[in-house]
Design a protein around this ligand. Structure first.
Ligand code: IVH
Length: 677
């Protein structure tokens, strides 16, 4: 065998191998190789192709980085038109669709294939002899644009199909989308570079796919889902049921959504619609509804088309997550550490089935960047439990007299001066705990679950206690009695007694919780844990200056200054003394004992994705050494999920269950610390 033949064979098997690992990684979320091993294969192929240019093929995995820019996209007619779908916006629309299909076919009950309706861009991929030769956008349905070079950069689109299963010709139809986490990262990158952000993942996907320079597309994280077959030649392709065709596409290593299901009748369709609707927020990508297709392909042909949409398929839409409304006013809220946050008061509007009246504007800079003014017509977006956001304003609808917004120079709650910190976007009320707004937030924080955990002390109650001058600082909570509490609105004898019992219980705490509960700026739970471990007791902590504080591993110069500044304030010391007098207590002891190993005993961790430096074995070993346990799957009892790059289903599940997620840094932090609870 000649040398070149050998090299060719090696290149061929490398390509096959790389395609297989791409599929395991990008489609199945089950990599067999770590990044370094994959890179080694990739570099070997690159080196061979560099040495033997005749081996350089357009469909080599090395070509996914993009090619030289085109002047414009060529228009290409679709072999079979790409149709649109009729929409249903109500259960009745869906039932009418099922009834018409049953009547036309003379069937009692129909089997459907139900799928998510991806919110991206439709494309068609043509494979000849198993090789990707053409990729088109939908265009007007008759003619699309040739974006082959761009689609080749999409990692989850196979450039070659497994040779044993590929038919002579196969046109795959599907949707190009951008996953939400990729979208967030891309927008972060755009922000960092001072470039325009994308309004939503769909726009980002569209903008990325229609780049004339495919190297730009290659730098944008696009994904693909196949949902059907266009033209084909070859006996391998199933011809009885749509669901079989999807399974066949999956066997060709094309990404096909796991959310597809075969269901029966209108009841089955409705149940699917509800099920997917419930999962919608937790999915890694945006969907705007579900699609129903009569599963039997012979029935599909009999039903045929009306104008440009099939009679055998229907898109059942979810309520929109975005809506248009008007900004009535821009109000300013004061947070726990005095940060002023502009909040838009909106003309009430229903978004995703919920009435929205306010949306956060984050900070003054954000208001300026989005150029929002009172009276503007804006797009508001709501997703799950996330606070509604103003996405953008519509410039065409701006009133001539609309005024630019500036933060007030005085705190809207206590009229104290507002301070802007150099290099920070935040502006703060300088009054500290003299400001009633900050006082309320500070008390709520003190009572929160991870601080002194006073169950039943909610914001309505704190509002009343502060407004009636019953409580000025957390220390006053310990002076409350049954009579005072019963006099409050919505407070019966029973709940007053329960609250008093909860306050009583909170007296016994840990040093770390106590420090955290004080609400010192920049001192979160882990920093509080570090301080508690290092100082072991309150008196030592109170005496420490910024230099001594900086010696604590968790404490940098900014935190050290905040802690020292906090304890230097006489009113803070007074509150601390009064808390101690009221009987708030904890175990004190030398820091070293608090840092003894085993502090993660009873905690269960689930690892998912690739961590930047630690291998799974290493991370698991460290967790075990600290007394924690590593489990394979996420449940409500999981304490933390440790998520690395390309974390998949386990991470999603954790989000759904509200299990906290750690990255590698946060894990290392936790491993160092004593258990704060
Ligand atoms: S099937 C003949 N299935 O919705 C039926 N379309 O209005 C052709 N879409 O442009 C479409 N998810 O981009 C189908 N699971 C899915 C889909 C889907 C999203 C898009 C597609 C098309 C539009 C139809």
């Amino acid at each position: 065998m000649g040398a070149l033949t050998k090299v060719k064979e090696r290149a061929f098997s490398l390509r096959e191998e790389i395609e297989r690992h791409n599929h395991l990684y990008y489609v199945l979320d089950a990599p067999e190789l770590d990044d370094a091993a994959f890179d080694a294969l990739f570099r070997e192929l690159q080196a061979l192709e560099a040495e033997y240019p005749e081996l350089q093929l357009e469909d080599s995995p090395t070509a996914r980085v993009g090619a030289t820019p085109a002047a414009q996209f060529a228009s290409v007619a679709h072999g079979l038109p790409m149709l649109s779908l009729n929409n249903a916006f109500s259960d009745e629309d869906m039932e009418a669709f099922d009834r018409r299909a049953r009547e036309a076919l003379g069937e009692e009950d129909l089997a459907y294939c139900a799928e998510p309706k991806f919110d991206g861009l439709a494309v068609s991929l043509t494979y000849q002899g198993g090789r990707l030769v053409l990729g088109l956008t939908r265009g007007d349905g008759q003619t699309g644009e040739d974006v082959t070079g761009n689609l080749r950069t999409v990692r989850s689109i196979p450039l070659r199909l497994p040779s044993d299963l590929a038919p002579a010709l196969l046109e795959v139809r599907g949707e190009v989308v951008m996953l939400r986490r990729d979208f967030d990262r891309l927008n972060q990158r755009q922000r960092d570079r001072g470039e325009r952000e994308f309004a939503n993942p769909r726009n980002a996907a569209a903008g990325s796919l229609r780049q004339l320079d495919s190297r730009i597309t290659a730098s944008r994280p696009l994904s693909f889902f196949a949902y059907g077959i266009g033209r084909f030649e070859g006996v391998q392709v199933p011809q009885e049921r749509h669901s079989d065709q999807l399974a066949y596409l999956a066997s060709l290593r094309l990404p096909v959504s796991e959310l597809r299901e075969q269901v029966r009748g209108a009841a089955g369709l409705l149940a699917y619609y509800r099920r997917i609707g419930e999962q919608r927020e937790a999915l890694p990508f945006d969907i705007d509804g579900v699609v129903y297709k009569v599963d039997d392909l012979a029935c599909q042909r009999r039903l045929g088309f009306v104008s440009r949409a099939p009679r055998f398929a229907l898109a059942h839409k979810f309520p929109a997550q975005e809506a248009l409304t008007r900004i009535e006013a821009i109000e300013v809220q004061v947070g726990r550490t005095g940060t002023l946050t502009p909040v838009a008061r909106l003309e009430p509007v229903v978004v995703g089935g919920v009435r929205v009246t306010h949306a956060t504007l984050h900070n003054e800079e954000e208001v300026r960047r989005k150029d929002l003014r009172v009276g503007d017509t804006v797009v508001v977006r709501r997703a799950g439990d996330v606070i509604p956001e103003v996405v953008r304003m519509l410039p065409d609808r701006r009133a001539a007299e609309a005024q630019r917004f500036t933060l007030p120079a005085l705190c809207p709650v206590c009229q104290s001066p507002v301070q802007r910190v150099e290099g920070e976007v935040a502006a703060r009320c300088t009054a500290g705990l003299y400001c009633p707004a900050q006082r309320k937030q500070a008390i709520l924080h003190f009572a929160s679950r991870r601080a002194l955990d006073i169950e039943g002390l909610g914001d309505k109650l704190v509002d009343q206690l502060v407004d009636n001058a019953r409580v000025h600082t957390p220390a006053d909570l310990y002076a409350l009695d049954q009579e005072t509490l019963e006099a409050l609105e919505r407070m019966g004898a029973k709940s007053a007694a329960n609250l008093l019992a909860a306050i009583e219980r909170s007296r016994d705490t840990t040093f770390a919780r106590f420090i955290y509960a004080l609400g010192i700026r920049n001192v979160g739970e882990s920093t509080a844990g570090g301080l508690a471990a290092d100082f072991g007791g309150l008196d030592a902590l109170l005496q420490a200056d910024a230099v001594r504080l900086s010696a604590v591993p968790e404490v940098g110069p900014v935190v050290a200054a905040a802690v020292a500044g906090f304890f230097a304030e006489s009113h803070n010391r007074e509150v601390i003394n009064r808390l101690r007098e009221a009987g708030v207590r904890w175990q004190e002891g030398p820091g070293v004992t608090a840092r003894a190993p085993g502090h993660l005993t009873g905690r269960t961790f689930v690892l998912t994705g690739t961590l930047p430096t630690l291998s799974r074995e290493q991370a698991g070993g460290l967790i075990a050494a600290a007394g924690g346990k590593v489990a394979g799957s996420v449940s409500a009892r999981t304490s933390y999920v440790v998520a690395g790059a390309d974390a998949g289903g386990k991470y999603q599940r954790a989000l759904e269950l509200g299990v906290p997620a750690l990255d590698e840094d946060a894990l290392l932090e936790l491993l160092k610390l004593p258990d704060a609870s």
